[in-house]
Design a protein around this ligand. Structure first.
Ligand code: SF4
Ligand code: SF4
Length: 286
């Protein structure tokens, strides 16, 4: 069986530089390759898009970035909705929308549950990111979005499905919206970073009359009264529990340092929060 293309995107490595999105624009705006693609309009289409998610509140904030594009699904709804052989699945796993055969077939846009197909109003055709198939067919080692990513957040892998399943297992990769059962060939590492929340705070000690950062204080996280995790405060007395599932039960944060202790409750976690200062001397949140 032929080796097939896959993409692996590591959310933790992506810094949101948009190089991948810009390189894709550069490749497709104003260019065409018969049988592969027609020119992408200058505005309104994001065949490779970098989505941004902000979490937390001052002073505990972070941003994660998630590049998204056509997933080149093995069980592709866009292909099923097409007629006239307009959408095909190549032996190497790449899904191609033929610009001539697909003319007028808006159903292809509507069929994609990921919103990865864009309608070109001028040409009356559906368009998506075709994995730079025209470049790979000329011997390129990887699509341009991979070539320009300075952090190594995107890699392209051409291998057998068996070998890919092993990589998915070992690297703990996930796909977007697996419940759709479309069998995407674009995989994500650390996908939960973009889908989970955190609880952060600062532990201080007021013993002896002066307030100081509780460096090295032990902080425990309890969920529904069950101990879940433990961490240690940094040199600023800060701590963070990340990758918590939103809306899943009530939390309690308990901090200890030597013979001092304090705790705070978080009744529900709908978004990432900073619980403020936890004072070991008073055992109260200030
Ligand atoms: S080029 Fe790489 S680091 Fe930059 S946005 Fe794209 S995936 Fe992220
Ligand atoms: S992501 Fe959408 S356009 Fe791409 S193969 Fe899957 S269903 Fe088709």
């Amino acid at each position: 069986m032929a080796d097939k293309w896959n993409l692996i995107i590591d959310i933790d490595r992506c810094n949101g530089c948009y190089n991948c999105a810009l390189a894709t624009k550069d490749e497709y705006v104003g260019n065409s390759e018969p049988g592969y693609f027609a020119p992408q309009p200058r505005h309104g289409h994001n065949w490779v898009e970098v989505r941004q998610k902000e979490r937390g509140e001052y002073p505990a904030l972070d941003v994660s970035y998630m590049p998204v594009m056509c997933n080149h699904c093995d069980d592709a709804p866009c292909l099923k909705a097409s007629s006239n052989g307009a959408v095909t699945k190549r032996d190497d796993g790449i899904v191609v929308i033929d610009p001539d055969k697909a003319r007028g077939q808006k159903a292809i846009v509507d069929a994609c549950p990921y919103g990865a197909v864009f309608w070109n109003e001028d040409l009356q055709i559906p368009q998506h990111w075709p994995f730079d198939a025209h470049l790979l067919d000329r011997g390129w080692a990887a699509p341009r979005c991979v070539e320009v990513c300075a952090t190594g957040a995107i890699t392209a892998v051409k291998t057998s499905d068996d070998a890919m399943r092993k990589i998915v297992r070992e690297e703990k990769l996930a796909v977007r919206r697996p419940e759709l059962a479309t069998r995407p060939r674009v995989y994500y590492k650390n996908l939960d970073r973009a889908e989970t929340e955190f609880i952060a705070g600062t532990v201080v000690s007021a013993a002896g009359g002066t307030t100081e950062c509780a460096v090295g204080a032990r902080v425990s996280l309890f969920r529904n009264a069950m101990h879940e995790r433990e961490t240690t405060c940094d040199v600023f007395g800060d701590f963070r529990f990340d990758r918590l599932t939103p809306g899943s039960g009530s939390y309690c944060i308990a901090a200890t340092l030597e013979n001092l202790s304090a705790s705070v409750d978080v009744s529900r976690l709908d978004r990432s929060i900073y619980v403020g200062r936890i004072s070991l001397a008073s055992s109260q949140r200030s």
